[in-house]
Write a protein that binds this ligand. Structure first.
Ligand code: ADP
Length: 775
């Protein structure tokens, strides 16, 4: 079955259940409302019956309010008829009984009203007669009184007695009427009425007799009529008492019946109310049960639906998910059964199709990968060959540069050294000027060679920093000081401005920092004809809170065009092609500077306007995490200190080039030292073994045994003896030599060409080492 069909079935089931539940709720609500309505009607019937009973009693007591009782009876009837319409069979029989009883009650009450009306009519008649008799009684009294007034003695006493009897008569008569009022009409107590009425009647008759007897003796006028009237009244009273008794008895019966009916009616309505309440209770219990059943049906329906769904939908989906996992792990041969027509079967078929396609694509990809791998292997072999060739070429370039530098520096060493020494001899003006030209050219050539070597070293990654603690202010002043004379000669002011943010010391490569500053100030002086040059230094914190140091060189020189500003940092590039002609230079300085600044952890920037001047600003950071070397300032400051070397020291110079040996021995001779000469490394070792040398100046590149190996052998041979001080003397400046020398046990490293200042500094370091070892 399709999933959509299943969902529709589930939906229909839910709707039917919902409708059933709704209908059930509606039905029970109606039942509850009906029951409530019936109960309310019964309550109002009970109220009306109470009204009837109370009204009846009030009527019996006060002879008033009969219409209210009739109204309540009518209302009771109407309500009962309403209830009958909505009642079951048993209840309706009961209700019809009640209706009959209401009719009975109403009839009895009618009779009661009639009886009361009859009694009160009778009472009225009696009163009328008595009022009339009252007039006669008064007239008779007046007559007796007149007679008494005119009488005297015994007659007068007799008349007083008659008047008294006549008065008593009137009193007893009134007493009898009031007994009717009280005992019959108000209290309806027939027995009491009889007892009281008989007493009053007898007293009255007795008084009549008395009156008759005395009055006859006294011969009162009209006595006869009067006594006749009294007899009539006596008869009337007797008849009245009989009528009253009958009527009162009947009324008492009626009252009893009414009471009985009323009590019955009240009992019936109470029973009906009780039944209604019981029915309500049963109904609410039934509703509770219905709700429970509905809840259980709904719950079990949803559980059944969930199970059905889970079995028919979730399970196949989970199976499919597991299959997907298997496919994801690389098993494309998997096929799942799909025979039905449901969406899940469609999905399974799509899955099978997918694995088919994947299988095919995988096979294709595998084939392609195989081919590519083959091609790659070939390409790798080819590129490895190329890389080897490039490596070889690089090595060849390095070797070439090393050799070239050595080969050029060696004769250059001699040229500069000898011209320096020649300058100190007697020369005529022309010779001196020629010699100065030779020296200048030598220096330019040396500068070029140094530049090329520096750049090659940096690019080959062979330039290593020597980090030491540098006094920045001192360094800046020292470098600037070198240009002061030149600047003054050209009429340019050269000033330094050090900001307070600048710390005194920084850990950096002082020599390289000096090289950069030297180059920038040298360019500033070279390209400025008038105005000023400012060297400024400050420090700020970067975002990480680390100090960043800045040095700027600002000049009012020729400036650099905007489009050339980027190029000046490229090697062998100058802002203007005429620059070389006018100012000289190689175009290497700024390229080297920017690379050194990068190594020092900063950047270099240029801000320039053509014709107005330029500002070069470079930054660098503190490199205190790198190994500290002894401070460079000691070395440099030594040049200016007086050197006092012991004259009889044994010095050996190992040098394969005779010219260079000649120059070196001349430089040493200036300090009173006469060296022995070893023409190669082997000879140097032999000589060192034969004689205790204090100082050995060892060339590095020598035939047979090079300087490093020779030093190692000497160190080993001198084991236990006072070791000589060995200083490397080399034109090889490619970088690795210094470390190799230190490792072989050499103490110093002097690069050619050596000036007399260089020699002096080297001897100063040697002397310091001697002093330190003797302490
Ligand atoms: P060099 O000065 O040896 O030619 P540099 O790399 O030091 O080589 O400088 C490259 C070029 O940049 C210079 O030839 C010059 O044209 C320009 N330049 C450098 N510094 C200045 C400066 N302060 N004022 C004007 N031009 C400058």
């Amino acid at each position: 079955m399709r999933v959509s069909t299943k969902i529709i079935i589930a939906l229909c089931g839910a709707i039917i259940l919902f409708a059933f539940f709704l209908g059930l709720s509606r039905y029970t609500m109606n039942q509850v409302q009906l029951q409530e309505r019936r109960l309310n009607s019964l309550y109002s019937v009970a109220r009306e019956i109470s009204n009837v009973l109370i009204g009846s009693r009030v009527f019996q007591d006060r002879l008033t309010g009969a219409e209210y009782v009739d109204d309540s009876l009518r209302a009771t009837r109407t309500k009962l008829e309403e209830i009958v319409e909505e009642s079951d069979q048993i209840e309706s029989i009961f209700l019809y009984g009640m209706l009959e009883r209401v009719d009975d009650y109403s009839e009895l009450f009618g009779r009661m009203v009639q009886s009361k009306q009859f009694l009160s009519g009778l009472d009225r008649d009696v009163r009328t007669d008595i009022v009339r008799f009252g007039v006669d009684n008064q007239n008779f009294h007046d007559q007796l009184y007149l007679k008494r007034e005119s009488s005297e003695g015994a007659l007068r006493d007799q008349l007083d007695l008659v008047i008294f009897a006549n008065g008593h008569l009137w009193g007893w008569l009134n007493r009898a009427v009031s007994i009717i009022d009280r005992d019959l009409l108000l209290e309806n107590d027939v027995n009491r009425f009889h007892a009281n009425f008989d007493i009053a009647k007898e007293a009255y008759i007795e008084e009549i007799d008395t009156l008759k007897r005395r009055a006859v003796e006294l011969e009162v006028d009209g006595l006869l009529e009067y006594t006749r009237l009294l007899d009539e009244i006596t008869l009337g009273l007797t008849a009245l008492s009989v009528e009253f008794t009958i009527a009162a008895r009947e009324e008492a019966e009626l009252a009893g019946e009414l009471e009985n009916h009323g009590a019955r009616l009240r009992g019936m309505v109470n029973r009906l109310i009780e039944r209604g309440q019981q029915q309500s209770k049963a109904l609410s219990e039934r509703i509770g049960v219905i709700y429970w059943i509905a809840a259980i049906v709904l719950l079990s329906g949803s559980v059944i639906l969930s199970i059905w769904f889970s079995l028919s939908i979730s399970r196949p989906i989970n199976r499919l998910r597991d299959n997907f996992k298997v496919v994801a792990e690389g098993n494309f041969n998997l096929q799942v059964p799909a025979t039905g027509k449901s969406e899940l079967d469609d999905l399974a078929r799509a899955f099978n199709e997918m694995t088919d396609k994947l299988r095919r694509s995988y096979a294709e990809v595998e084939e392609r990968v195989r081919q590519r791998t083959k091609e790659l292997q070939l390409a790798t072999v080819r590129s490895r060959k190329l890389a080897d060739a490039a490596q070889e070429a690089n090595l060849a370039k390095s070797a070439f540069l090393a050799t070239m530098s050595h080969e050029i520096r060696t004769p250059l060493n001699s040229i500069i050294g000898f011209s320096e020494m020649l300058e100190e001899t007697e020369l005529n003006a022309e010779q001196r000027s020629d010699l100065a030209a030779i020296r200048r050219s030598g220096n330019i050539l040396l500068e070029l060679i140094n530049g090329i070597l520096d750049l090659s070293k940096i690019e080959a990654g062979k330039m290593h920093l020597e980090v030491n603690r540098v006094n920045l202010a001192e360094m800046i002043q020292e470098v600037t000081g070198l240009f002061e004379l030149n600047a003054e000669r050209r009429g340019i002011s050269l000033s330094i401005e050090l900001y307070s943010s600048l710390p005194k010391f920084v850990h950096t490569d002082g020599t390289r920092l000096q090289q950069v500053l030297n180059n920038l100030i040298s360019n500033a002086v070279k390209f400025t004809h008038e105005g000023m040059i400012y060297v400024k230094a400050w420090a700020t914190k970067d975002v990480g809170g680390h100090l960043l140091y800045y040095i700027s060189v600002e000049d009012s020189g020729i400036g650099i065009a905007k489009d050339k500003q980027r190029d000046v940092f490229l090697a062998f590039t100058q802002a203007d092609s005429s620059t070389t002609r006018q100012y000289g230079g190689t175009g290497l300085g700024l390229a080297i500077c920017s690379r050194i600044v990068e190594m020092l952890g900063g950047t270099i920037e240029l801000d320039s306007t053509l014709g107005k001047g330029s500002t070069f600003t470079f930054s660098f950071c503190d490199l205190d995490d790198l190994i500290l070397k002894p401070e460079s300032s000691d070395k440099d400051s030594s040049v200016n200190l007086p050197l006092d070397v012991e004259k009889g020291l044994a010095v050996l110079v190992a040098e394969d080039d005779p010219t260079n040996f000649k120059l070196t021995s001349k430089l040493l001779g200036r300090h009173g030292l006469i060296p022995d000469w070893a023409k190669d490394g082997r000879q140097a070792v032999d000589m060192a073994l034969g004689k205790d040398y204090d100082l050995i100046l060892m060339d590095l590149q020598m035939p047979d045994l090079d300087g490093v190996a020779a030093s190692r052998e000497i160190r080993a041979a001198y084991d236990g003896r006072d070791q000589p001080y060995i200083a490397a003397l080399t034109a090889n400046a490619l970088g690795e030599s210094r470390e190799a020398c230190m490792e072989a046990g050499m103490e110093d490293f002097i690069t050619k060409p050596i000036s007399s200042a260089d020699m002096k500094a080297a001897l100063f370091r040697f002397k310091n080492a001697l002093l330190a070892s003797s302490q």
